[in-house]
Design a protein around this ligand. Structure first.
Ligand code: NDP
Length: 310
């Protein structure tokens, strides 16, 4: 049994920033690092929108910098997956890899969210080489090029509009004969001359020499008028939803219908005193490293206040 004041779960910008603040507040935090060090950010190629890096930064470098900064002030890192928690007791119990047990006065959940992918083989082949799940992060690399966005929801429409501001042409690949997005978002897409919506199309595979150069689509699969279509593209953006990594906490922490942790107002406080949420696991809207980092700082400040009140 390991007794700690502050335990942080997650190794993305939210978790590492929480660790920097918590360690500087002398909470001697322990941070549990999962299998994807650096979190979702490391699925992108270069970070150009995080203040302080005027020339951009390679995501692994940025996350390693954050990690070293937390380490410098005494954060202890534990590698492994959290397999069980018990937030009904105080201190809270967190079990790593079914064997290491931690008791913590405060817990900061910073487990992030995972973008959903279609599940086709070539998506993996070209990940980081034309395949992206974040237009705000990677759109800039496709200036004056042709890209495709998959999905028909608000995210897809927002991303298609954003990309249309940068790119020569944007295809939207929508599996239904209509968009699911809100009316205003649909109108923006449909009225944008740079966006061509391909309704009732599904992606079969991506093609290209070492990077994405095209996509093979099928129109109305299984119907009498089924037809194949090839589009030439430089980038393929997934916008078919995200899944917050919060299932482990569902018995204790209130979540919304999508699984995002519900926090009190713009604070990181959950319904369980002493349990805080930071970053994308509690943020269905912004999904930006800088926002996650900011919420990590807030969570550590709140954890400090909570621990001092005990
Ligand atoms: P949604 O679940 O709303 O939409 C997902 C889209 O992806 C749907 O069009 C869906 O198709 C499609 N899709 C899912 N799986 C596949 C697949 N395997 N192949 C092809 N297409 C697929 O997710 P969003 O991320 O767009 O939105 C999540 C929530 O966030 C929503 O409530 C949304 O309103 C909100 N949001 C609000 C914004 C705003 O107000 N500015 C901005 C962004 C999000 P189908 O329709 O056929 O199911």
């Amino acid at each position: 049994m390991n007794k700690v004041k502050c335990l942080i779960i997650g190794s993305g910008p939210a978790g590492y920033t929480a660790a920097i603040y918590a360690s500087r507040a002398n909470l001697q935090p322990v941070l549990i690092e999962g299998p994807q060090l650096g979190g979702q950010l490391t699925t992108t190629t270069e970070v150009e929108n995080f203040p302080g890096y005027p020339d951009g930064v390679e995501p692994f470098t940025m996350m390693e910098d954050m990690r070293r900064q937390a380490e410098r002030f005494g954060t202890q890192f534990v590698s492994g997956i959290v397999t069980k928690v018990d937030f009904s007791v105080s201190p809270k119990k967190v079990i790593v890899e079914d064997e290491q047990e931690y008791e913590a006065d405060a817990v900061i959940i910073a487990t992030g969210a995972s973008a959903k992918y279609l599940g086709i083989e070539s998506e993996r082949t070209y990940r980081g080489r034309g395949v992206s799940a974040c237009a705000t992060c990677d759109g800039f690399f496709y200036r004056k090029k042709t890209v495709a966005v998959v999905g028909g929801g608000d995210t897809a429409c927002e991303e298609a509009n954003y990309l249309a501001g940068l790119c020569e042409k944007v295809y939207m690949i929508v599996r239904k004969p209509y968009l699911r997005a809100s009316e205003i978002m649909q109108q923006r897409v449909l009225n944008n001359p740079k966006i061509e919506v391909l309704f009732e199309h599904n992606t079969i595979q991506l093609t290209g020499e070492g990077k994405v150069q095209g996509a093979d689509l099928v129109y109305r699969k299984g119907e009498p008028d089924e037809a194949m279509k090839h589009i030439d593209i430089d980038g393929f953006f997934l916008a078919i939803g995200h899944h917050p990594n919060t299932d482990l906490f569902k018995d204790y922490v209130n979540r919304d219908a999508e699984g995002y942790i519900i926090v009190e107002g713009d604070s990181p406080r959950t319904n369980v005193p002493g349990v805080f949420a930071a970053g994308d696991c509690a943020d269905p809207h912004y999904r930006q490293a800088i926002v996650a980092a900011g919420s990590g700082a807030k969570a550590a400040i709140e954890a400090d206040k909570y621990i001092k009140s005990l």
